[in-house]
Design a protein around this ligand. Sequence first.
Ligand code: UD1
Ligand code: PEP
Length: 420
Amino acid sequence: MKKMIVRGGQKLSGEVTIGGAKNSTVALIPAAILADTPVKFDSVPAILDVRNLMLILNSMNVPSTFNHGELQLDPTHIKNVPLPGGAIKSLRASYYFMGALLGKFGEAVVGFPGGDNIGPRPIDQHIKGFRALGAKVVEKNDAVHITTGAGGLHGARIFFDIVSVGATINVLLAAVKAQGTTVIENAAKEPEIVDLATFLNNMGAQIRGAGTDVIRIKGVPTLKATNTHTIIPDRIEAGTYLAFAAANGEGVLVKNVITEHLEPFIAKLVEMGVYLEVNEDSVYVAGGHELTPVTVKTAPFPGFATDLQQPITPLLMKAKGDSTIIDTLYPERIKHISEMKRMGGLISSKDGVITVQHSTQLKGTTVKASEIRAGVALLGLALMSEGTTTIINAENILRGYERIVEKLRGLSVNIEIAED
Ligand SMILES: CC(=O)N[C@H]1[C@@H](OP(=O)(O)OP(=O)(O)OC[C@H]2O[C@@H](n3ccc(=O)[nH]c3=O)[C@H](O)[C@@H]2O)O[C@H](CO)[C@@H](O)[C@@H]1O
Ligand SMILES: C=C(OP(=O)(O)O)C(=O)O
């Protein structure tokens, strides 16, 4: 296990460059097995989720190499082996192998995924989608067994009961080579879905409407990669550094940002009184602002991302008054609260409403990163606290934040990582 040791009370300054989006990458890698050729990605983030996906690929006879942000993989001799456990349990997005294997072979056995401890995360909509495409789905022995009959998968009209990123992507992966046309209604609109559709379309897929709530997929028999796919920047990583810079910076430039992907987040910072300069592909945050409290309500894209409600929390503690957070997607995403309280943070949660008060007596201590965004929020609070904070279970942060220690050191933060 790893721990991060952060010395607080330092001001962030300088530049930080955002890497490729975790939530695109973890969909693109399973999607790549649909290709009949080798595949190359660049701007791939150096995160633990990528390492674990490479282990899963390896178990399927798909060799891969990852150097300097470039990931190459060769699915031409892939074997459809059952994927019941092991690395599957290490990340949520391993469930994309259900859709990808189903699309490729017409069958899949994939263990129930792991991922963040952020409350219940059912996959009923994924299964509903697979069934609509003609698959038989049985859940047994902690794994999902999916098969198709002799006719294979066929296009269908699917109306999701709730907007789900994972279900939209999984059904898209299964449908891309199915016979006929699939229409997904009430689809999720996240930029990572558009990135995935761009990758697949460049390989010959016929997907229209990604980024809107109706996606049409005309099945094609084969997919071939002819060029390198560059992954979009990580909007959640960008939002995290913007929040850190606003709370504790004295001039930070966050580079490689698609600012349109962060509109509700940037609007919230402006509403709080943070002084920002939004450039074409970067955002500059100046220091020393008077902050007013706000209400944050998470929603599917283009709403305020649930993945940013914890990272913005330390900043809310700087505002003079009470702020409110309502996470409509994951009301139980509150694992940071007890740890923040131990650091002197004035924060509480009742009936799905988190109240964050102006907190001036913050002190470092040993806290636990129980999941990625809870962990990074504690890191943000550590930067504002007096003394040293030790964050244990730091792997949960490294799962999705590439080179975070180096990036923060580049912003003059005194931070180190060590074995626990
Ligand atoms: C790898 C990845 O991209 N992870 C993101 C993805 O997770 P993930 O794809 O798992 O999240 P979903 O968009 O599916 O979940 C949205 C909501 O729908 C519910 N739901 C989902 C599927 C289902 O079959 N039934 C159901 O009820 C969930 O419990 C949740 O309340 O989107 C979340 C919401 O933006 C983000 O927090 C995660 O970072
Ligand atoms: C919840 C998250 O990730 P995952 O879906 O991979 O668990 C996240 O990135 O905040």
